[in-house]
Design a binder for this molecule. Structure first.
Ligand code: HEM
Length: 492
């Protein structure tokens, strides 16, 4: 009897929700829907009982629709999708579309700039933007250089021409860089800090699993699962390290401000951490905001550039002629071995920049991003109601044949020559997203990747036995390969 009652209530609830959502979505009834679609489970058959590689393939297949705007259903939750540069421009640059969808709350970094809701984000982003300005970025170059020198030193222990996975080495380097520059902490002094990037990788896997399971959107149900327990224990470990880093940074700030004259202190450029510890317009960041922003920076800055660098190394290895061209340009710009990079010299690495951009095109680290309408707005002749969710498929946008030509899936840095860029929409290439809620670290990332590539190539020639067909992606927050990417290094 109880079972019958429960089932009846659930069925009624589902029918009620289904009708309510259909009415709410009536504004977009002419938009195409991803197939196969079934009431209640939506496009679920694309993902249920599939492995992570099939899920990624199915999602990419579903989102490669040529329509400007179309619908995907995560169970009963509708999401508007696009990989059209014009529509992507209208969504990402619309101030009414800077809200995060509720799925970002799964990161539980509610008080940090990446995952916070619009109102918190707006004030935080305004005060944090200046911590990535040109002057501050310029000041980071010597630190990035030191980290890259240490990376090359560690790579020296890898056997000559031995096949290996460079992930661990690269992640250590990007973690050192992000902590030293944005947080002002030397992770080599923090036991357990080296595990932070591994925690982040695991987090992303668990959160992806939750995003793909709409029944686990319900917190009460999710908290009963082993995934939730695993996530909690990872979070506890990561927070322990974060607390120690924060305590050290606070102690260092107190020491510095008592040592330096007050006016010197205020004249010095403020890094991300300084700004978090400052009082801005009479308002101070709460301890939770500071902590969540430390984790945000580590998560958003480490695994992203790290994973991209792994793809870049793989592309250099697979394309020896292009590798030689990048190397020759680097030697021309930095004739002396230990010449520290400057903003000016990095700008002269034009071919390297084309190479990195082509890697970002084919391997955009954030393949799919989500947004939510903060208020009603007009799009393609429709009034999109507040609360509507969007998926922007950067992966599909970067591989559109009508933009990148019939060889869109092949690696060709010439796609970023001045002539090619001149007649292409700026919204055809958005690895760092676009608009005001874009990647705060995009210039930082470009500088750091150039410095790391320059140091690796100065010391080593990279080779591989793998080909493009060996790179298969899996469903994750970041674009991750299912199989290990292996390279070999030979000393120059
Ligand atoms: C290759 C390297 C990188 C790529 C491709 C990349 C890409 C992106 C993308 C696409 C977003 C938007 C995500 C979304 O809307 O869901 C984003 C946001 C963000 N990124 Fe990056 N990123 C990179 C490196 C970095 C670095 C090095 C940092 C910091 C040092 C950083 C900090 C952030 C932050 C804080 C946000 C959130 C911004 C906001 O919501 O206002 N990223 N990144």
């Amino acid at each position: 009897m109880l079972l019958f009652l429960t089932l009846s209530v659930l069925t009624l609830l589902s029918v009620f929700l289904y009708i309510r959502i259909q009415v709410k979505m009536s504004f977009g009834k002419t938009l195409p829907t991803v197939k196969p679609y079934y009431p209640v489970i939506g496009n679920g058959t694309l993902f249920v009982l599939k492995n992570n590689e099939q899920r990624f393939e199915n999602l990419v297949g579903a989102l490669s629709n040529s329509a400007r705007l179309f619908k995907l259903w995560l169970g009963m939750i509708p999401v508007l999708c696009s990989c059209h540069p014009d529509v992507v421009n209208k969504i990402l640059t619309n101030p009414n579309c800077h809200e995060r969808t509720f799925q970002y709350s799964f990161f539980k970094l509610y008080h940090g700039v990446f995952a916070s809701r619009y109102d918190i984000w707006k004030t935080q982003r305004k005060s944090l933007n200046i911590t990535f300005n040109q002057r501050i970025l310029q000041g980071f170059l010597p630190i990035m250089n030191e980290c890259a020198v240490r990376l090359v030193g560690r790579l020296g222990s890898v056997g000559e021409c031995e096949e290996f996975n460079i992930t661990e080495y690269i992640m250590r380097c990007t973690l050192e860089m992000v902590c030293a520059t944005t947080i002002g902490a030397d992770i080599n002094n923090h036991s357990g800090a080296e595990k932070l990037s591994q925690y982040m990788v695991k987090f992303c896997e668990l959160i992806t699993r939750r995003i793909m399971s709409p029944h686990l959107y319900w917190e009460v149900l999710y908290n009963l699962t082993p995934t939730s327990k695993q996530e909690e224990s990872l979070r506890r470990e990561a927070y322990k390290v974060g607390q120690r880093i924060l305590d050290d940074a606070i102690a260092l700030k107190v020491e510095n401000s008592s040592e330096s004259r007050e006016e010197d202190y205020y004249r010095k450029p403020k890094i991300f951490m300084d700004q978090l510890l400052e009082s801005i317009d009479g308002r101070t960041f709460e301890r939770d905001e500071i902590l969540h922003n430390i984790y945000t920076m580590i998560a958003a800055g480490t695994d992203t550039s790290g994973t991209e660098l792994i793809y870049i190394c793989q592309m250099l290895a697979m394309h020896p002629d292009m590798q030689e061209r990048v190397y020759q340009e680097m030697v021309r710009v930095f004739p002396e071995d230990d010449a520290p990079p400057t903003a000016e010299t990095l700008k002269q690495l034009e071919y390297m920049e084309m190479f990195i951009k082509e890697s970002l095109r084919l391997f955009p680290i954030a393949p799919h991003i989500m947004r939510e309408a903060y208020a009603d707005f007009e799009l393609d002749g429709m009034t999109i109601p507040k609360g509507t969710a969007f998926i922007i498929s950067i992966y599909n946008l970067h591989r559109r044949k009508d933009i990148w030509g019939p060889d869109a899936d092949s690696f060709n840095p010439e796609n970023f020559s001045k002539e090619q860029c001149a007649h292409r929409s700026p919204f055809a290439f958005i690895p760092f997203s676009a608009g005001s809620r874009n990647c705060i670290g995009h210039r930082y990332a470009m500088n750091s990747m150039k410095i790391v590539v320059a140091h690796i190539l100065r010391s080593f020639r990279i080779t591989t036995r793998m080909s493009m067909d060996d790179i298969k992606f899996k469903m994750d927050i970041l674009l991750k390969s299912t199989n290990e990417l292996l390279i070999s290094l030979a000393r120059r």
